[in-house]
Ligand binder design. Structure first.
Ligand SMILES: C[S@@+](CC[C@H](N)C(=O)[O-])C[C@H]1O[C@@H](n2cnc3c(N)ncnc32)[C@H](O)[C@@H]1O
Length: 289
């Protein structure tokens, strides 16, 4: 398959995956954003924002970190969130309207290579837990570089290594056990495509950012009442897993669920589930003109 056909296919799949779970993200926004607030904090710190800054947030989802940044830059500043999924964007727009947040805008884009913004029109850029899903992360970052003013800063984050993210790797193992899926392409975009500071730092440098710093840290990612409720949250929000599950015959889906719920219940003695995971955060700046 031609590179551009593959890229188109990746985007279509992503758009469909995230459209499917946008309702879950809208209903349970707190479930995702509260435990993962340290990721947003670390990214926002790296941006060194000032009141009045204009910030571009790629793969904005339902608005994290866009709404947090909107508070930091104040009424004179502005945050533009862009995403492939119209349903995610609609949820972000609805939240902004409900809360009367006047300094944000959210737009659906056809591709991370077509941002529809003017060169040098933003002071900072972010991409939280999205860059690993794009077909070509360096190309996507180059578009953000073009959109930034010289000296403008960027902060991005991705999930770390699979074995340090059991909230995803455990269900993925159960899926592999019960579903007859073709082997995964290790270079394909996905949850664990940029799982180390080296990998994430390298794509920022390749795109032309300077002063790149990257680190990994453990952070809370999931809180649930019990194993059943963990499964409910997972299947309401984890786009890539939800579409794989949806493609399975009912009995296999039930087998995956049984496996995951039993394993988690055993791990947490049938009680509340609290899992942490590894994330990678990297930052840099557009070299001064
Ligand atoms: C895990 S969600 C993260 C959303 C939000 N940034 C957050 O941290 O809560 C991943 C988001 O990436 C978006 N996405 C995936 N591929 C994309 C692409 N090529 N261009 C723009 N957005 C993309 C999805 O639609 C989805 O909203």
């Amino acid at each position: 398959m031609e590179g551009s056909d593959r890229a188109r296919e990746v985007r279509e799949r992503q758009r469909a995956d995230w459209n499917t779970v946008a309702g879950g993200w809208k209903r349970h926004r707190e479930k995702m954003s509260a435990p993962t607030s340290s990721i947003t904090e670390s990214m926002v710190d790296a941006l060194r924002l000032r009141p009045g800054d204009r910030v571009l947030d790629l793969a904005c989802g339902v608005g994290d970190p866009a709404f947090e940044i909107a508070e930091r830059v104040g009424p004179e500043g502005f945050v533009l969130g862009l995403d492939l999924s119209p349903e995610m964007v609609r949820a972000a727009q609805a939240w902004a309207a409900e809360r009367r947040v006047g300094n944000t805008g959210f737009r659906t884009i056809p591709s991370e290579l077509e941002l529809g913004v003017s060169p040098e029109s933003f002071d900072a850029a972010t991409c939280r837990l999205g860059l690993m899903f794009v077909p070509d992360p360096v190309a996507a970052l180059r578009e953000l570089l073009v959109a930034l003013v010289p000296g403008g800063r960027i902060a991005v984050s991705t999930w770390g290594r699979p074995k340090h993210n059991p909230n995803f790797s455990l269900p993925m193992e159960a899926i592999a056990k019960h579903a007859d899926l073709p082997p995964e392409d290790p270079d394909a975009p996905g949850l664990f495509a940029l799982p180390t500071p080296e990998a994430l730092g390298a794509v920022l440098e390749a795109a032309g950012f300077s002063g790149v710093e990257a680190s990994a840290f453990e952070t809370p990612v999931v809180k649930a009442k019990n194993a059943e409720s963990y499964w409910y949250g997972l299947t309401a929000m984890a786009g890539p897993l939800v579409s794989i599950l949806a493609s399975l015959p009912e009995e296999r889906k039930q087998a995956v669920k049984k496996d995951v719920v039993e394993t988690i219940a055993e791990l947490f003695d049938g009680g509340a589930v609290e899992m942490s995971g590894e994330v990678v955060v990297a930052s840099g700046e557009k070299p001064p003109a």
